[in-house]
Structure formats: C-alpha cells, structure tokens
Design a protein around this ligand. Sequence first.
Ligand SMILES: N#Cc1c(-c2ccc3ccn(Cc4cccnc4)c3c2)n[nH]c1N
Length: 244
Amino acid sequence: MRIDVVSIFPEYLAPLELSLIGKARQDGLLELNVHDLRTFTTDKHRTVDDTPYGGGAGMVMKPEPWAQALESVAAARENSKPVLIVPSPAGEKFNQALAYELAEEEQLVFACGRYEGIDERVIDWAQDHFRVRPVSLGDYVLNGGEVAVLAMVEAIGRLLPGVVGNPESLVEESHSDGLLEYPVYTKPSAWRDHDVPPILLSGNHGKIAQWRRHEQFRRTAERRPDLMEGLDAGVLSRADRQAL
Ligand SMILES: N#Cc1c(-c2ccc3ccn(Cc4cccnc4)c3c2)n[nH]c1N
C-alpha cells in the first residue's frame, strides 16, 4: 500500500516513522510519503489560506494549492481512482470496519485541513480524480486533520499483511468481532491485594475461552451498550446468549 499525506505541518506526522508503522515502512510493507502543502503555492509568502466568503471567524484553505498537491500525489491508474480521505468533524465516523475496508486499497491520500477547513470546491473538484471520503475521528473538535491521520494510518497500517508479528492478535482485540476485548493479566499472580482471576491459572483452555467470551459481553454491555444493538447474529453463539 502507498499512503500520501498532505499537510502544512508535515512534522506532525513524524511519529509515523516510529514503532510498528515505522518498521513496516523500513520493511517495504508500506510506502508513506508526507508532503508540505506550501510546496504547491506560487506566491512569495507561500499563502495557503484566506478570509471566508460570507464572513465569519477564522480563515479557509485556498483551493489551488490543494488541487496542485492532490494532482501531484495521485498515482496514475487505469482501473480505479485512489481514495482521498479528508479528515473532518463533518465526516463519516472512522471505525474498525472502515479501517479494514481501507486496508484493502492500493493507495490512500489524506488531506489534512487546518483553520476552518478546506474550500469545499476542492472536495467537488476531487470527485473526478478520487473516491472522496470525508471521515471524522470522533464527536469532538480538533484543530486540524493531522491527529486524525496519525490514528487512521496506525489503525489501517497494522492490518496490512506482515505488519503485526502475530496476526492472531488482530482477531481477539476490541471491535474485531463487534465486542470489546477481555481483560488481560500477567505475572505476578498476586499483586497489591489484587489477584489474577483463578480460572486463568487453571490450565483449562475451554473454561478460559468461555470466561473470556463472557467478559467481552459483560464489558461491552456495561461500557458500550450501543455496540450490543449492532451485533451480527452470527457473532452470538448459543453459549454467548446464555452469558447475556
Ligand atoms: N477527523 C477529524 C476531526 C476534526 C478536524 C479535522 C480536520 C480539520 C481541519 C480544520 N479543523 C478545525 C475545525 C474545527 C471545527 C470546525 N471546522 C474545522 C479540523 C478539525 N475535528 N474533530 C474531528 N473528529
């Protein structure tokens, strides 16, 4: 997969040189290019914003630098247009299902807006060159798209083949099957008056799996009742229904 990120703060994306994603880039599992939007300006002040038509507070990002930048990074392909992800408070909610969907793409382009956002005509123009997806990280307000891109690239990148050492670990984590993950413990078994649940020391793998499943349901019902409504019937085994 190739990922291109355009931002006026390219240094914000430096953490993607670290850890799992950084190693995936070194191993050639992921190509990630970060581009400075100001590279695509033509005036001596390298201007990327201007006052909003219709008045109002703040500034809006000018359309032409964005069109130049996006044209520059769009890999020419016959069969399908690359995906352009535009982080926005007004986007569809990012979730694990969307992370899996986007992990299948050949190229993802991320447009990190700042100020009050990007001139909407860029989104309209981009429809002819990209499959455009405005995406929100969550229902809270950030100052720009970079933090959202860090989160999305990590969530998507870790799903790519070979990035996570043990693919098994992707199966049982939160949201992989619509449920929150079960609690985890390690040595020592007794710690500051808090003991590891005895079932986990029993060596009875069937009972341990049953306990873990029950904990997934208990936690999900307690912390995220909204997820319980959306559970796919196939996810609920007979034993699961008994656990509810
Ligand atoms: N993804 C995502 C986001 C953003 C977000 C993303 C891009 C930009 C570009 C500018 N701002 C500031 C801004 C603030 C308020 C109104 N309009 C714009 C952004 C906020 N906020 N919250 C999220 N979950």
